[in-house]
Design a protein. Structure first.
Length: 108
């Protein structure tokens, strides 16, 4: 398994209006991630492949360093997909070149 990089390379915006920061953090906790508060309203979610920050009020952001972001993007976004919460994200390489972007909307 690759090492988690020192800087952020994964940036997501939750587009499901029904979710709060607390709700999104709870989804990651239920999926087996280590989740803790890291501010008044923000959370940190950690797994073997990523160290994410979940923050925001009107717009929820999920971002942080992800090991092999193209290979692990599905793991990082799985809690949102499983809960049928829409999102879009971008992953970047070490040279800051865009590697992957996706917008996902749940089927209605």
């Amino acid at each position: 398994m690759s090492e988690i990089p020192a800087s952020s390379n994964f940036f997501a915006v939750v587009t499901g209006e029904e979710a709060s920061v607390d709700d999104v953090a709870a989804l990651y906790r239920a999926a087996g991630w280590q989740v803790r508060k890291c501010g008044n309203t923000d959370y940190e979610a950690r797994s073997d492949v990523a160290e994410l920050v979940i923050e925001g009020v009107a717009t929820i952001l999920v971002h942080g360093p992800v090991a092999e972001p193209v290979a692990n993007a599905a793991i990082v976004t799985k809690p949102l997909r499983d809960a049928a919460i829409g999102f879009f994200y971008e992953c970047y390489g070490a040279d800051r070149a865009l590697l992957l972007e996706e917008k996902w909307t749940p089927a209605k």
